[in-house]
Design a protein around this ligand. Structure first.
Ligand SMILES: NC(=O)c1ccc[n+]([C@@H]2O[C@H](COP(=O)([O-])OP(=O)(O)OC[C@H]3O[C@@H](n4cnc5c(N)ncnc54)[C@H](OP(=O)(O)O)[C@@H]3O)[C@@H](O)[C@H]2O)c1
Length: 332
């Protein structure tokens, strides 16, 4: 597995996104998820990604309980600043006292003395950035966090935060389907020496070709609220998928592998964190390390699935308001 720089560390170019094991998609199965976590480390994965939000603490507890004996084998990244409120809804809250409590809770659930990388999950527009970053910097000085990250931020916010305290990584959505990082943040990460961690690199399973029937999604699946997984966008995007799958087939790889190979070839700062709860999918995704796809395959993938061809915005209006990133106007 290729290694890439992330703050003071080097990590495998593919990490493992753990969200789906407790949150968002499908039906969680802790036993299968524990097998996936162990197998990921066995395959050379050295970056695990979680958040206080995922399963409202359950995802961190799962990782802490499953991998406590293997804690020195991986870089552990979690996030704070987005929680479930008293009404049971998702809420952004990055006030210093909330972040401090959240970080202590994460340490306890993760059964660790220090979190390698702690992201501000979302910038809280009601709280000055200096206050949120200042609170996290105190945890760095206390040795409870080793490095800081930001999620879904603009280049301007990254620069401001980086001037307050070194930022090791920015995590934002990036895939063939979602190209916003190409607007500014990738260049800014390159300039500042900040790693870029691409989340939802498989476009939330769309690019794997296995999600074609939306009626099979469980009622609480978060994709149901996402415009690209609603009609008429989904039907239009399926037409792209067919062409994309043909390219993968011609190059003897799977669509998921083609999507990940495209991403890793974009620039050396990128680390991708595909999420899976399934051993076979994990092995398929990590086999991308052995693939040597010709540039022509990546160029064709890029010309089929891009911001001009994908139909629909990635988020609904509520989630769109929660992010701070520069966004391309929607193509359709
Ligand atoms: N910072 C943020 O705000 C933010 C937001 C979203 C996600 N994230 C992080 O990014 C990680 C990855 O993103 P994501 O999980 O949203 O999306 P993703 O990685 O693009 O896709 C995950 C989905 O693809 C499926 N999948 C994975 N590999 C597959 C394969 N080879 N064949 C068929 N299906 C496959 C998974 O189902 P199976 O389980 O069945 O494999 C799951 O439904 C998350 O786990 C989380 O850690 C961060």
């Amino acid at each position: 597995m290729q290694m890439r720089k992330l703050g003071p560390d080097k990590v495998s170019a593919l990490g493992l996104g753990c969200m789906g094991m407790s949150h968002g998609y499908g039906r969680p199965d802790n036993i299968e998820s524990a097998c996936v976590l162990h197998r990921a480390l066995d395959l050379g994965c050295t970056l695990l990604d979680t958040a206080a939000l995922y399963g409202f603490g359950l995802n961190e507890s799962l990782i802490g309980a499953t991998l406590r004996e293997r804690r020195n084998e991986f870089i552990l990244a979690t996030k704070g600043g987005m929680f479930r409120n008293a009404a049971g809804q998702r809420e952004i809250d990055a006030r210093p006292e909330i972040l401090k409590r959240s970080c202590e809770d994460s340490l306890r659930r993760l059964r660790t003395d220090a979190i390698d990388l702690y992201y501000l999950h979302r910038v809280d527009p009601r709280v000055p950035l200096e206050e949120s970053i200042g609170a996290l910097a105190e945890f760095v000085h206390a040795g409870k966090i080793r490095a800081l990250g930001l999620s879904e931020v603009s280049a301007a916010t990254l620069r401001r935060a980086h001037a307050l305290h070194p930022i090791a990584a920015v995590q934002s959505e990036y895939s063939l389907c979602t190209r916003n990082p190409e607007l500014r943040i990738l260049d800014t990460c390159h300039e500042l020496g900040v790693a870029f961690v691409a989340f939802s690199p498989l476009a939330r399973a769309f690019l794997t070709g296995t999600l074609r029937n939306l009626t099979l999604l469980p009622p609480a699946d978060i994709r149901r609220k996402m415009p690209r997984f609603q009609q008429p966008h989904f039907e239009r995007n399926l037409a792209l998928l067919e062409q994309f799958e043909r390219v993968a087939h011609e190059h003897s790889c799977t669509p998921a592998q083609l999507a990940l190979a495209w991403l890793l070839a974009r620039c050396p700062e990128i680390i991708a964190i595909p999420g899976t709860t399934c051993l076979a999918h994990l092995e398929e995704n990590f086999a991308v390390a052995e693939l040597n796809l010709p540039p022509e395959a990546l160029v064709r993938a890029d010309s089929i699935v891009n911001r001009h061809t994908v139909s629909g915005p990635r988020y609904d209006a509520v989630q769109q308001r929660e992010i701070d990133t520069e966004e391309f106007p929607n193509a359709a």
